[in-house]
Design a protein around this ligand. Sequence first.
Ligand code: ARG
Length: 565
Amino acid sequence: MNKFVQEIIEIIKSKIEFPPEKIESLIEVPPEEKFGDYAFPCHILSKELKKPPQEIASKLSSELMPKEMIEQIYPIGPYINFKVNREKFAEYVLQEIFERDLDYGSDTQGKGKTIVMDYSHPNIAKPFGIGHLRSTVIGNALYNIFKKLGYEAIRINHLGDWGTQFGKVIAAYKMWGEEKELSSDPIATLYDLYVRFHQEAEGRPELEEEARRWFKRLEDGDKEALGLWEKFKNFSLDEFNRIYKMLDISFDSYAGESFYNQFIEKTIDKMNQMGLTEISQDALIVNLEKYDMPPCLIRKKDEASLYATRDICAAIYRYETYHFHKALYIVGSAQKLYFQQLFKVLELMCYPWAKDLVHVDFGWVKFKQKMMSTRKGNIVLLEDVLNKSIELALKIIKEKNPDLENKEKVAFDVGIGAVIFANLFTRRNKDIDFDWDKVLNFEGETGPYVQYTHARLSSLIRKYAQPIENKVDFKSLSTEEEHLLIKRLEDFPRRIKSSAREYDPALICSYLIELASLFNRFYQKERIITENVESTKARMLLVKAVQTVIKSGLSILGIKSPEKM
Ligand code: ARG
């Protein structure tokens, strides 16, 4: 906790009896300057003191005494507002960032707690879709956020590598597939086979039967079926890993759906013994009528196990393996009902940790412009999206900065950064309208805008060409713009915590946009490097702090910060 908040707590404590943690959790950072630097809402006291909050605010404000860090205390409406001593505030915030550098904002709140995260999870033999990308980048950013707060976090890629669809792919491959075509363009070939299977099966229901037989063989461990499955899986993993490499993303476990087959018998036995299951239309289900939900299918009449059954086993396995504090499923909102059912079944199985399972859902990504798709099935291929973004970034960079060395490398970082940022910036429960003109706009609410600001800060530091010191005249940093910037910097640790609380990296994105715009406004208004040595020193310390926080924020989001662009 910072010294200013600490002092506010002491000041408040001197007049009212209230637990300090409670006071801390109530203190707000007001949105507008006139409300001061911190505010304390009096609604809570109103019940106890039996007086309107406005009255309490004004009475308390007149009684509370300013101290060293806090200079002014005054009421506005139901709030008590506090103004800090700007010089001390600047000194405290800038020293802290200078000393902690990229560690600024990290915390120990998660010490000893494990968070299991299930994200990305593309499906074998199918293209890596844009929805999987959104899951991947949200998951990766949340992973960085939780690590920063001291949690142990486990990244699980719950690959879609089992299920009746594999019966279809194998059947289709046996009928129409060719080895050569498969090895030259595996995912497109497999996907075409899958699409063709569905088309042909419409007129020939016996194909479905054939697919079921293949899946049965697969579940029974038949050599040929398993061999083909493994081959398809390896081809798919090659493709997925290419994408993960571009995004610089890795996982701690690739235990996909197939991994949980070994636990299915035992789990179904347990559910039967607990009397949770019943037979309905020849299938084994858990009836959830009482909870206003459709039944959860556990086993089909042909004995095939299901997505849900494997998820039940996965949750149990994860608890037994990691003893998680929370387990997150970062999956699109299309599966909202599904996760409600899953969590309900686990609760009915009396697992106390069922309450710690969280569906971190997110909206769709819709493309404004048509993506050029060379393949059937009309699906947006992720690799094409990433490559297009890099290409567009390169074009812009060539226009803006023709002399830049390493243009390709910078364009790669900017192109990838733009796609990641666009997938995170919109609050996760909202849909995204993906528009190339917006995503790569260097002046908009985009990744490139933040990266560009970072490059501008780096260029100032290069131009200054002297070591930046932390003993400066902090009084000189008290203009409105400077104070606003320093306040934003001070807010960074709090923003990391709120994005963890809301499982939403969008809060870090909007934070970075605010910080970058504040800096750019300051930069446009004031010269930073001037003949005034003292003021230049102080401003360069501020520049360095803003650069550090932007770099750290981008890195949390999984975005690189080029020094030049
Ligand atoms: N592979 C699934 C899909 O693409 C998502 C898996 C989500 N994770 C889970 N444990 N169910 O829809």
